[in-house]
Design a protein around this ligand. Sequence first.
Ligand SMILES: NC(=O)c1ccc[n+]([C@@H]2O[C@H](COP(=O)([O-])OP(=O)(O)OC[C@H]3O[C@@H](n4cnc5c(N)ncnc54)[C@H](OP(=O)(O)O)[C@@H]3O)[C@@H](O)[C@H]2O)c1
Length: 335
Amino acid sequence: MPENRQVVIASLPTGALAESDFELQTVGVPEPGPGQVLCRTLAVSVSAGSRAGLQGSASYAGAPKTGIVMSSLAVARVERSNDPALSPGDVVTCGAGWQDWSVHPAQQCFRVEGSADPARYLGVLGTNGLTAYFGLLEVGEPKPGDTVVVSAAAGSVGHLVGQIARIQGCRVVGVAGSDEKCQRLVAELGFDAAVSHRSPDFRQEFKAACGDGIDVYFDNTGGDVLGAALFRMRNGGRIACCGVVSQYDTSKPAPGPRGVPGLLVNKRLRMQGFLVFDWAQRYGEARAQLESWLDSGELVAWQDEFEGLESAPRALVDLLAGGNVGTRIVRVSPG
Ligand SMILES: NC(=O)c1ccc[n+]([C@@H]2O[C@H](COP(=O)([O-])OP(=O)(O)OC[C@H]3O[C@@H](n4cnc5c(N)ncnc54)[C@H](OP(=O)(O)O)[C@@H]3O)[C@@H](O)[C@H]2O)c1
């Protein structure tokens, strides 16, 4: 009889997240009820937003609590189905969380088509790819020739934002956490420049990289990088507020940057937050475009991987310290 290993939240972090905030437990495999399917997890996503959920700052995640399975998106294989819409063997995305087996209403599982690695639906064709696509194109509204800056540029959302901006004919500047990440953004993904936020000369290097100023800033981090970008915005610029990863891994987030609202007024800036779910009706259109760019080689999807469910806490703690390049997933079972 198979068992269900689960990574549960043992304690809510009061400072930086630690692996000891999680526990591995083993329970029985759940039974699907009418209209439900039993799924076996193939891979789970590990993302910055998970830390926001534990902090209680992600509106869509509700209040954080202990004793529950750590939530996450997953790709999974349907093993049993009590709904005609799905059959055993179908591969789906679902909100399985960090566990081997889970039960879901069939309507909350989305079939993954094609022969490519289904884990792409946790990255470039999943929430983060869609976030990059809609956040940049609909909120940032880049035009050919614009200078577009993106923070956490080597991360899951960020590396896609920069490439989509390049495809739109923009000049692209990335901000990332190491010289190696910066070099890879330029050499492998065609960014025009990249600057490390850990450099002691970050402000000067950032100013030089931004040239005549920034037309679109895609903000994944808030904090000091947002502070620096605000002062370099051109008149009429747009700031797409996607997330605040610099302030997630703490119980004492820093107050907002200087210059708001004065800079917004004088430079006629638009600073707009968004949640990707606002474009749920258009996901199909975005996925078709992202797949076409992948097929043509214009878009490259970086994915980094951990092996085994028990490594998920380590994978998240390490991501928050900047250990990931592109989308981070954990392979749970071989498929
Ligand atoms: N609005 C939405 O609908 C939506 C949807 C999905 C994700 N998001 C947001 O998108 C952002 C990116 O998420 P992701 O999943 O793609 O994560 P990610 O960028 O793959 O990983 C987080 C990265 O943040 C960087 N970072 C950590 N602490 C930092 C700090 N103090 N200052 C600057 N950078 C720091 C690290 O890279 P470095 O090495 O570069 O420091 C790390 O690799 C998050 O804010 C997330 O909440 C929003």
